[in-house]
Every structure is written in C-alpha cells, then in structure tokens.
Design a protein around this ligand. Structure first.
Ligand SMILES: Nc1ncnc2c1ncn2[C@@H]1O[C@H](COP(=O)(O)OP(=O)(O)OP(=O)(O)O)[C@@H](O)[C@H]1O
Ligand SMILES: [Mg+2]
Length: 481
C-alpha cells in the first residue's frame, strides 16, 4: 500500500481546511480528497478506495450528518467522523443512526483531528483483521474464499490499484507502471477490449496524481456529432450555432487543473482530431463562435476499444495525434489472457453483491471457479461481474455459489488447455504401450496443473483414488515446479 489511508472530507463552502489537510497529508501521509458537495464526495468514493470520511455540518443546505448516515448504508466499511460547530444541535439518536466514530467541534484543532483519524484507522484495521480471523476459523476448506493453496491454507491476498483487483503478473506489471505514470503530467492512452477495466484504470491514475483534488471529467466521444463534441469539450459562445442559447464553458475549462478522460477516442472526426492536437500541444481552447483563444491546464487520458495503431495504419486516425496521446500507453489484457484473475475477481464480486443484496453467501464452490476459469468472457470483467451478480441473486442465505446457479453458456464452456498450453496431446514412443503411457502422463500432468496440484481434485476429475493418482505421479516422475 502506498499510503496509510485515504480520507475524503466533505467541507462546508468557505470553511478553513488548509491546516487540517496539511497535517493529515504531510505529517501522517494520508491521501486527502476535499469535496464541496455530497455528490462530489460520492464520485470520489466510486473511483478510489476510501478509508475514512469526515463531514462538516453548519451550512444551511448541506447536512454532514445526513451524508454520514447515508454512507453507513452505501459504504459501511468507511469510518465516519463528524465535524460540527455546535454540539447542542446534535441529537444522540442522530449520531447513533450515522454510527459515527467520533465528533469534533469547530474551530478544529488540526493536531487533535490527526490523532482522531490515526486512532480511527487503527481501530478499523484491528476490526478487519478480527473479522478475517473469525471467518477463517468458521469456514471449512470447502470454500474457495478460504480454499486450499500450496503452502498456505488461504488464497494469497489479491492486489489492489484503487478499485482494480488482480493477482496476475500482467496486471501487476501494468498497475505498477500506471502508478508511476500517474505522478507525471504526460497524457495516457489506455487500450483494451470492452469491459477490461479501462475506465477504472483512468480513474485510478487521476486519483494517484497530483491533480486528485481537482476534477476528473469524463466525455464519451462515441456516437456524437462533431459540432456537439466540439462544444462539449471546448465550449461555445451564445449564438455560435442553432440552439446555442447561452455561453458554454466546455469540459476542458471546467476541469482546469484536473483531468479529462476521453472515452472511445477512436470515434472522433478528422476536424476534432485537429482541435485536440492543438489543445495537447499548446493547451489552447477556442470555444465555437469565439474569436479569442483561451488556455487551460488539463491532463488528458484517452481510451479506445479499437487499436489506434491499426487505425493510423489505415489512415483513419492522425499519426501525430496518436503519438501525442500516448505519453504512456497501456493495453489492459483481456480476462481470458489472465485467467489467474478470474478467481479473486469472482470472490471480490461475490462479496460485493452479497453485501449489496444483504445476502449471506458462504463462498464459491471449487467447481464454479473451475468452470469460470474456462470461460472465454468476450465481455471481460464486466461479463464476469454480471454472472456473479446473477448467481448471488439466485442463491439463498447461508449457501455457497454452486454450478446450479450458473448460466448455461459458462457452465458448458469447453475446458481451456493449461500448463504446456498445446491443447493437443502428442503420443511419444513407438510401441503401443509407450504411446499410451506417454498420453497418460500428459493427461495427468495437465489435470494437476488445472487444479494447481490439488491432488484430491485432480484425482476426482480423473476418476482415480488419491493413492492411484499418487502412484501415477511417482511412476511418471511428475513434480510441481
Ligand atoms: N480489475 C478489476 N477489478 C474490479 N472490478 C473491475 C476490474 N476490471 C473491471 N471491473 C469492473 O468491470 C466493469 C467494467 O469496467 P470498465 O467500465 O472500467 O471497463 P472498460 O474497459 O472501460 O469497458 P468499455 O470498453 O466497455 O467502456 C466495471 O463495473 C468495473 O467496476
Ligand atoms: Mg469504458
């Protein structure tokens, strides 16, 4: 983990948070995101892993306490701290409803706030560890959530880059580089099939950059007329075209100091490509119908499902713009290219949707994980999430997710060849006996690889006893490396 924790502060407009923010971010190295409205705070929470929320009361229209009460339901894991100018205005009942950790009075003492936050996060971490340990004791090895793994009774912790969950080498490498890229000012191009997590990566980059307290604004460039897209991004003057009844600021200027995420960038017209290139080169914005050029400072992150390189080769996308956009270039791998991620993602989504639907799911059966690992997932992570959401909805309280609730297309997916990956068995030797034995050896080796050398499961699949399988392993001198 890079930071000891992330804190979102819902601040009342005009109130003084500079010194508390400095203490939290400089002395304690917390990442602090300041929001001026509940909507802004919720947007940040949908993009990044937030540990603690501080909400301030006192304005006429925003109630920090209402916001914290809402968070208790929508984000129960986030610790809640309430800041108010007057303790007499607050009823004990309202405080209990929001289940706040602590309340503090304004004017705030920055040092006191730092200590409260530190203690709150320590308590949260202890509670988390306690929860995990008691679950580990309660749930037997049958569940894959705490299923068997070589050397350890538990699945290794999945890694996180904000909301991205992964264990695969491919994702780990990409996220490590993205963390570094985030701290630079260079534009970023993210490519990959639909549903692989491109937008999640873009958000993670923004919230790991120095621009995180400024806005991240998103524009989908697909299916929009050129004029509309130009005016959305660069703004327009009143009367610039029919229907332009007032001035429009445009996304680039609205995001000044922050980041603009341009999705489906492959879809933009040649004339828009020229305007965008000018913006990337000079930071220049010329609203439609305006005669003056304006400047603003925005980092652009662009995404595309279609490989821009091919479009450039076909003359459909400007090469100079392509080079400008890819200050850093990321290709998010398709889920089928990183099957190691399927199990941890399935577990993550099962827990997430069980929570959302208030369902008590014990875990995911091993055969479901096996079947999912064979899935092709043309819709990638989004498709996997939809499948798990559906399975959770069909499951009853206190059950495991089993193949009974799986959709037929995934249930009947053909097994994916693993290990040597050749897919076809090649007999070796000359005599019938040698050839049959060589095939048997390959079949056993692949079954073991498929089950991560879990011998009971491999034996089950092959219709052998454990002793029978152990004999074959010895006979063919197979070993796990
Ligand atoms: N590694 C991941 N961990 C957790 N959730 C993920 C991950 N990757 C994708 N998701 C989830 O899958 C869904 C699709 O992700 P996202 O919208 O980022 O994909 P995309 O590549 O932008 O798709 P599209 O090309 O269709 O716009 C989202 O609900 C997202 O939360
Ligand atoms: Mg997207």
């Amino acid at each position: 983990m890079d930071q000891p924790g992330t804190i979102v502060i819902l601040a009342r407009p005009g109130s003084e948070w500079r010194s508390p923010c400095e203490v939290l971010s400089e002395r304690y190295a917390y990442r602090v995101v300041l929001a001026s409205s509940p909507a802004e705070a919720l947007t940040a929470m949908s993009s990044i892993q937030v540990d603690l929320a501080i909400a301030e009361d006192g304005g006429d229209d925003t109630s920090g306490l209402d916001f914290l009460t809402q968070l208790r339901v929508s984000h129960p894991d986030i610790v809640r701290v309430y800041v108010t100018p007057d303790s007499h205005r607050v009823s004990m009942q309202a405080l209990a409803r929001a289940a706040i950790y602590q309340f503090l009075l304004t004017p705030l003492d920055a040092v006191q706030l730092g200590l409260v936050v530190e203690r709150a996060l320590e308590t949260r971490e202890l509670a988390r560890r306690h929860r995990i340990l008691s679950r580990e004791f309660k749930i037997s090895g049958a569940s894959l959530i705490f299923g068997e793994r070589k050397g350890s009774p538990f699945r290794p912790e999945s890694q996180r880059f904000e909301k991205l969950v992964y264990v695969s080498e491919k994702m780990a490498e990409m996220c490590d580089l993205a963390r570094q890229a985030a701290t630079t000012e260079l534009p970023i191009l993210i490519q990959g099939e639909t549903g692989t997590g491109k937008e999640l990566l873009a958000r993670a980059v923004h919230y790991n950059s120095t621009r995180r307290t400024s806005p991240l604004l998103v524009q989908n460039c697909g299916g929009m007329s050129d004029e509309l897209l130009q005016s959305e991004l660069f703004g327009h003057k009143r009367g610039a075209f029919t229907g332009a009844i007032s001035d429009r600021l445009g996304l680039f200027r609205a995001a000044d100091g922050g980041t603009v995420f341009l999705d489906e960038i492959s879809e933009v017209s040649p004339s828009f490509q020229v305007s965008l290139l000018r913006f990337l080169q000079e930071g220049e914005v010329k609203p439609l119908g305006a005669d003056k050029v304006l400047h603003c400072n925005v980092r652009v992150i662009a995404a595309s499902n279609r490989p821009l390189h091919d479009l450039v080769a076909r003359g459909e996308f400007r090469q100079d713009l392509y080079f400008r956009l890819k200050g850093f270039e990321f290709e998010v791998p398709a889920l089928r290219e990183r099957p190691d991620d399927i199990a941890p993602l399935a577990e993550f989504f099962a827990a997430k949707h069980a929570d959302a639907l208030s369902r008590k799911i014990l875990g995911i059966s091993a055969s479901v994980i096996d079947k999912l690992s064979n899935g092709d997932f043309p819709g990638n992570v989004r498709e996997l999430e939809n499948e798990i959401r559906r399975m959770v909805a069909l499951a009853k309280d206190g059950e495991y997710l089993t193949t009974r609730n799986m959709s037929p297309s995934l249930l009947n997916a053909a097994p994916r060849p693993k290990g040597d990956g050749a897919g076809i068995f090649q007999p070796e030797g000359v005599t019938l006996k040698d050839q049959v034995e060589s095939l048997e050896k390959q079949i056993v080796r692949r079954a073991l690889a498929r089950h991560h050398w879990n011998q009971s499961r491999a034996a089950d699949e092959l219709g052998l006893s454990r002793v029978g399988l152990a004999n074959k392993i010895k006979r063919y001198n197979l070993n796990h490396n």
